[in-house]
Design a protein around this ligand. Structure first.
Ligand code: ATP
Ligand code: MG
Length: 279
């Protein structure tokens, strides 16, 4: 297991990089996340899909320790190096900030490392440019460059291609695939792009306040829970799929319905180690 420190979780070869066990999150109101368990193992690509407001960003932020959980437990491998690309970056337009300075926030990096990271994401020589002057695609690449500077064992990407056109999106995902190949980093991402999800993920988790279904992309795309969420009312690729509405998702936080939960766990190497069961 490259780069993994032995640690508090276990010395087990199948030790996850990051794991959530039965976590719940609320912000004063109803639960945003209910009894969510997941794990990400070294090198795998896990994609979270779900409607707007279903708690995807909250789940990532809970895994990162930015959002506190109200119950349950999050475990991270000791010394885990994690690169995070947030869904949104709000920049103060009145405050000058060059790409080079941004890359040293919050941890100062050498000029050589900054130059190499920018070259890696296909943006050589932009060090002196203002952050607010970047295009959407350039901004996402700079965010990825910053995430790569920690030499991550896991990249956590929250809708990293939001706002990009289709070629921009395709080339960004190609870049992610290259980075993963070069570094062996695991990828945990939120994506709305079904093509990407189906082509690139080892495992898909369908979230709607709780985990509706999960498994190999093909298994999930044919699960009634998934189709109920994405079969109707969504634009783009997701709407290409036939709708079979035998599963009511009137509200994101309705946990009362009964699920078939055919997960078809694709990870034959440790199916018994899945920390959760939705049966
Ligand atoms: N810091 C916060 N304080 C209060 N409520 C919050 C906070 N963060 C998220 N929420 C609420 O939690 C719910 C889930 O939000 P979240 O951003 O996780 O959804 P999402 O699935 O990422 O949505 P989207 O697809 O639009 O990005 C929403 O109702 C949101 O208003
Ligand atoms: Mg979000």
């Amino acid at each position: 297991m490259p780069g993994l420190h032995g640690g508090s979780m276990t010395q087990n070869a199948a030790m996850p990089l990051i794991a959530a066990e039965h976590i719940c999150v609320r912000f004063g109101g109803p639960e945003v996340l209910h009894d969510v368990s997941l794990r990400v193992d070294p090198g795998e690509i896990v994609t979270i899909v779900g409607p707007n407001g279903s708690g995807k960003s909250t789940l990532l932020r809970a895994l990162l320790g930015i959002v506190p959980v109200t119950s349950g437990r999050i475990a991270r491998a000791d010394g885990l190096r994690l690169g995070y690309v947030p869904q949104r970056l709000t920049l103060d337009h009145s405050l000058p900030l060059t790409v080079r300075r941004f890359l040293s926030l919050p941890i100062r990096v050498s000029d050589g490392a900054a130059t190499a990271a920018l070259a890696r994401v296909g943006l050589p020589g932009v060090e002196g440019q203002q952050m607010v002057g970047l295009s959407g695609g350039q901004m996402q690449r700079v965010l990825l460059a910053r995430a790569l500077l920690v030499n991550p064992q896991i990249l956590v990407l929250d809708e990293p291609t939001q706002g990009l056109d289709q070629p921009g999106e395709a080339s960004f995902y190609r870049l992610i695939a290259e980075v993963r190949k070069d570094t062996g980093a695991a990828v945990l991402m939120v994506s709305h792009d079904l093509h990407v999800v189906m082509a690139a993920s080892d495992r898909v988790i369908c979230l709607n306040g709780h985990i509706c279904c999960e498994g190999a992309p093909r298994v999930v795309s044919s699960a009634p829970e998934y189709r109920a969420l994405f079969g109707l009312g969504t634009q783009g690729a997701l709407a290409l799929y036939q709708h079979v509405h035998d599963h009511d998702h009137a509200t994101p936080h309705d946990h009362s319905h009964d699920h078939a939960h055919d997960h078809g766990h694709p990870h034959d190497h440790h199916p018994e180690k899945e920390p959760h069961s939705h049966a």
